[in-house]
Design a protein around this ligand. Structure first.
Ligand SMILES: C[S@@+](CC[C@H](N)C(=O)[O-])C[C@H]1O[C@@H](n2cnc3c(N)ncnc32)[C@H](O)[C@@H]1O
Length: 288
């Protein structure tokens, strides 16, 4: 049975014995890593703790150790926890100004390559991937592009592959699309079906959806653009550095890296390998 994706950050939890709880947390994260290979050991602790406690309560448990036992013995609990930890909030043409900047500053660069590989890392339920596909199609780049859309979480990838998004969101997404510089009628891209808006299958003809863990998996291709928005914000500094190393290694020279509005290359050790194409939209180009 599909487990619903949750967007709730959970209630704050005040530990009775903070030292003991820190130890329990360390052991839980170590256990998850060793049993399932998911590495949350360097995720920002405050948000992580809220989400863990949300799952502890939802499972009817009362301690972090209780959750550890459940996770180790019941993979289905791990599946539910994964959804809680992987913060899947997303939308189509999220931050429309980013898309207008992408059209103005990145598209002309992409047009200089005969074939394009774009990595949409941390694509969640796919709204961002479909937005990129629409943009590339309108800019007449889609036919020579392949988009690799990856996420740690197989459940959100299933939704992304289906390409059915809530109908009630279409008004908001239409507004975003228009503000993002869309050049057609947004309603041309979907039909009402399956209690939702089913997006054109042709938008994903050139998309490969695949599970990939930014923390522990390696580079799998060379890309002309990497779009990874609102993912690194949940990682601590050293983990961000590791992922930036992966991005740097995976980008072609003069390839473009895009981060979310609250993320930056600036304080990482790769800062001087990129030039800023658009500082406020966090668009960078690899130059060294
Ligand atoms: C907040 S969503 C961002 C979605 C989209 N990029 C956007 O900006 O709308 C963060 C996504 O990152 C994914 N994620 C978290 N940790 C990850 C990891 N280690 N490797 C790959 N994806 C990860 C989550 O599963 C989630 O779908």
């Amino acid at each position: 049975m599909a487990v619903p994706v949750t967007h709730d950050d959970g209630e704050p939890h005040v530990p009775r014995d903070p030292e003991l709880e820190r130890l329990e947390l360390e052991l839980l994260l170590e256990a998850i890593h060793r049993r399932y290979g998911f590495d949350f050991r360097e995720y920002a602790p405050a948000s992580l703790k809220r989400r863990l406690w949300r799952r502890i309560r939802a499972e009817g448990l009362d301690s972090v150790s209780g959750l550890q036992e459940a996770v180790l013995h019941e993979p289905v609990v791990m599946e539910r926890l994964l959804l809680d930890l992987s913060i899947n909030v997303t939308s189509m043409f999220r931050d429309p100004t980013f898309y207008t900047a992408f059209r103005a500053q990145v598209v002309p660069l992409l047009k200089t390559w005969p074939f394009l590989r774009v990595w949409n890392a941390g694509c969640s339920t796919g709204e961002e991937t479909y937005s990129l596909a629409i943009l590339l199609r309108e800019e007449e780049l889609y036919d020579r592009s392949r988009i690799y859309a990856t996420d740690i979480n197989e459940a959100v990838l299933e939704q992304a592959r289906a390409g059915v998004f809530p109908l009630e969101k279409m008004q908001e997404y239409t507004q975003n699309y228009l503000r993002a510089g869309g050049t057609s009628a947004f309603s041309e891209y979907y039909v009402a079906a399956y209690d939702g808006a089913q997006f054109q299958r042709s938008l994903v003809d050139n998309v490969v959806f695949a599970q990939h863990n930014l923390v522990s998996d390696r580079s799998f291709n060379e890309f002309h653009a990497i779009v990874c928005r609102n993912v690194l914000i949940y990682f601590d500094r050293s983990l961000q550095d590791r992922v930036h190393e992966l991005f740097y290694e995976s980008l072609a020279m003069f390839g473009v890296l895009v981060l979310g509005h609250k993320e930056s290359i600036r304080f990482t050790r790769f800062a001087d390998r990129y030039e800023e194409l658009d500082a406020s939209e966090r668009i960078y180009r690899k130059v060294a």
